[in-house]
Ligand binder design. Structure first.
Ligand SMILES: Cc1cc2nc3c(=O)[nH]c(=O)nc-3n(C[C@H](O)[C@H](O)[C@H](O)COP(=O)(O)O)c2cc1C
Length: 381
């Protein structure tokens, strides 16, 4: 261990020290019942904490039942939902990682099928298993596409209630023991749909020009910041660009990121797209690190720490992004599904942990012993 890669350099945000720069990207499991976490979430998230991730972020967790994408989403709209998530957060922390959670409302992209049931609006085929649709809300009454539910346009009173809901869910996340909370402001869900002129056609204080369209995001972030103790960092995930004609773009992202920073947001998590489709990842004709330039521009122009995400596949690629000044944190999504101990493999690939010392000792002791025995064996010569 002669050198310290940036990927394994701790980062302190407010009072929370992340042991390295590797973050598990929030990934819906669509496996909760009535919003409650269970053993699935403990094992799913726990394996990344054991796998060398410095911060493990639980999936989009809804502020109210109507804000779920599917019947299987996690929720924090009730105090009863705190305890099973506390078990998850406690386990993550016990492994030396920082537990994080994303707080969300799906807006007009709520009331959908689980991906493996079709990834579209709920249909007859879903009703038999109890997955019936519900009324959905959005800044304007514009459906995702033909065949999708038309949302009800939110009244100002309803908007105020939702902003309070972001705060209340954040307070519950704090009570559950999460060290980091992220606002889901990306992928066409409720906050993103207020930001984009494509989905926000309001003419009141929550629409119109960029300042009006940003109001909901800023008020939600303010409510979340107020609900978190000052030593806990708040992240905000944005779709840096809609990728659609006349949509939200990088100049908007830089302006919003600066405003979020001013009200106490600590990291901008730089995703993109998802405004009109049902899925954020179906457009797969993108190359490795395709969203990292958004993180770099936001970092340079809004002077705020950023997290890069999107087809970051291995340690050397992640290290190059950090060295290149693209970002301060690296989020790993699908590659972590393929390899839950991605963090340990990255350390090996960067020649940072030859002794398996970063692994849980229950595994690391054996792997080191085996590696040394193999190196000594005649077959190795
Ligand atoms: C199964 C799955 C679930 C996802 N759920 C969420 C989510 O809850 N919140 C979110 O912001 N993004 C979600 N995403 C997007 C990921 O966080 C990530 O941004 C995206 O997969 C790109 O990163 P990757 O190439 O490393 O997978 C999800 C992606 C996948 C594959």
């Amino acid at each position: 261990m002669t050198h310290m890669p940036l990927l394994f350099t701790p980062l302190t945000l407010r009072g929370v020290k992340l042991p390295n720069r590797i973050v598990l990207a929030p990934m819906c499991q669509y496996s909760a019942r009535d919003g409650f976490a269970d053993d699935w979430h403990l094992v799913h998230l726990g394996r990344y904490a054991m796998g060398g991730f410095g911060c493990v972020m639980a999936e989009a967790t809804a502020i109210c039942p109507e804000g779920r994408i599917t019947h299987g989403d996690l929720g924090l709209w009730s105090d009863a939902q705190i305890q099973p998530l506390r078990r998850v957060a406690d386990f993550i922390r016990a492994q030396g990682a920082a537990p994080a959670i994303q707080i969300a409302h799906a807006g007009r992209k709520a009331s959908m099928q689980k991906p493996w049931h079709g990834n579209g609006p709920l249909a007859e085929s879903d009703f038999a298993r109890g997955d019936t649709p519900w009324r959905i809300v959005a800044p304007s009454a514009i459906a995702v596409d033909a065949g999708y539910i038309q949302p009800d346009e939110l009244t100002v009173d309803a908007i105020q209630a939702l902003i309070a809901g972001y705060g209340a869910a954040t307070a519950r996340a704090d009570a559950a023991g999460f060290d980091v909370v992220e606002a889901h402001g990306a992928h066409g869900y409720l906050i993103a749909s207020f930001l984009s002129p494509i989905t926000n056609r309001r003419s009141d204080a929550y629409g119109g020009d960029r300042a009006g369209r940003m109001r909901f995001a800023l008020e939600a972030a303010t409510a979340m910041r107020a609900a978190l103790p000052s030593q806990k960092p708040l992240f905000f995930r944005l779709s840096s660009v809609d990728g659609a004609e006349g949509g939200w773009d990088m100049a908007d992202t830089v302006a919003l990121s600066g405003a979020l920073k001013a009200l106490g947001v600590d990291v901008i998590d730089c995703s993109s797209g998802g405004l009109t489709g049902s899925s954020t990842t179906r457009n797969s004709s993108r190359g490795p690190g395709y969203q990292a330039p958004y993180a770099r521009q936001t970092r340079e122009e809004a002077h705020v720490p950023t997290m890069a995400v999107g087809l970051i596949l291995d340690g050397p690629q992640a290290e190059a992004l950090l060295q290149g000044g693209y970002c301060d944190l690296i989020a790993i999504g699908r590659e972590a599904l393929a390899n839950p101990h991605w963090g340990h493999d990255a350390a090996k690939a960067l020649d940072y942990d030859r002794e398996f010392s970063r692994w849980p000792e229950q595994s690391g002791w054996w792997l080191d012993k085996r590696a040394k025995a193999m190196a000594r064996s005649p077959a190795a010569e």
